[in-house]
Write a protein that binds this ligand. Structure first.
Ligand SMILES: Cc1cc2nc3c(=O)[nH]c(=O)nc-3n(C[C@H](O)[C@H](O)[C@H](O)COP(=O)(O)OP(=O)(O)OC[C@H]3O[C@@H](n4cnc5c(N)ncnc54)[C@H](O)[C@@H]3O)c2cc1C
Length: 286
């Protein structure tokens, strides 16, 4: 059996491409970054899948983005890195992946999944979870490489990351004068806001990204920043979700040697800020 750790897009593509595989995922839903939920009768991805180029795995539609930048020279410092991940580079013309939810649903039906927490890896081939022991010939890691190194007792202090609090806010439609708002001001909690206006004919869906390294800012600070910058008032909100993405921006490289039957794939396994297309290509070749 092949054990695939993580059921994001990399884990889903990997498991559906290999016979006799089992995904171990610690969240109730599959899809990782692009998990979705039906809110106000619309299927809403928890992050809008945008790319600068289309690739063979998806159907896309072109979207036009009006980009507004404030203190853009400080944006790298604000997100604690020296280089923007490609998925944080916005252009006036981009492609929105239209069939990602359908793809996640279809792949999810094809794979076997155990929703549980990984506690230990022993003898390099047995994964101990909260209430099971699963034995595999190969283990494919699409979750944090750093976490696996810890479980294997391998010292790994070169890998760092920035986490993000992401708010998904549904509000009445209005012209804000921008579709992507990038703010490098260190006094403001969020770095990027995307208005995925094309997802619904009835509502605007705002995705607010708040980078942090130790703990996220408090809600009062976030909402007062949104109000101060004229982005949003609490009273306008029709529905609201939030989630924390640990290891959103990945920094550093790992030169440790790992057991041969443990393979690292996807963005968290390779510890690279892959785009969607790159993550899938990597997992299919892993
Ligand atoms: C916030 C954000 C926005 C992005 N936006 C875009 C974009 O618009 N366009 C683009 O091209 N690329 C984007 N990317 C990059 C793109 O998402 C990825 O390259 C690709 O989707 C990664 O898929 P993945 O399966 O490798 O990782 P993930 O989607 O992160 O999936 C990892 C999975 O592993 C699970 N997991 C984690 N830890 C454990 C554990 N201990 N035990 C069990 N399961 C675990 C998670 O729950 C998750 O399901 C974005 C990345 C981030 C972080």
């Amino acid at each position: 059996m092949k054990i695939v750790l993580g059921g994001g897009l990399s884990g889903l593509f990997l498991a559906s491409n290999k016979k006799d595989s089992l995904i171990i995922e610690n969240q109730p839903r599959l899809g990782g970054v692009f998990t979705y939920e039906e809110i106000l009768n619309v299927n809403i991805p928890f992050h809008p899948p945008l790319t600068n180029y289309s690739c063979e795995y998806f159907q896309t539609t072109e979207v036009k983005l009006r980009i507004h930048m404030k203190k853009e020279n400080y944006i790298l410092r604000k997100i604690y890195t020296h280089e923007l991940p490609k998925w944080l580079i916005f252009n006036e013309k981009m492609f929105y992946v239209t069939n990602l939810i359908e793809l996640i649903d279809n792949l999810s039906k094809k794979v076997k999944v155990l929703h549980t927490n990984i506690k230990k890896i022993i003898q390099n081939n047995k994964v101990i979870t909260t209430n099971n022991m699963v034995r595999g010939d190969e283990i494919f890691v699409t979750i944090s490489r750093k976490y696996i190194a810890d479980l294997l007792g391998i010292k790994n202090d070169k890998l760092r990351s920035v986490s993000m609090l992401e708010l998904i806010v549904i509000v009445p439609k209005k012209d804000r004068g921008w579709d992507v708002y990038i703010n490098g001001d260190n006094g403001i909690s969020y770095s990027h806001i995307i208005n995925a206006y094309w997802i619904s004919n009835d509502y605007d869906i705002l995705y607010v990204l708040i980078p942090f390294t130790s703990s996220p800012p408090i809600w009062d600070k976030i909402f007062s920043d949104l109000k101060r910058e004229n982005i949003l008032l609490k009273d306008e909100i029709l529905a609201f979700r939030s989630r924390i993405i640990r290891d959103a921006i990945l920094i550093g490289e790992d030169d440790n040697v790992y057991p041969e039957n443990i393979k690292f794939c996807g963005r968290l396994g390779k510890w690279k800020n892959f785009t969607l297309c790159e993550a899938i290509l990597d997992s299919l070749n892993c």
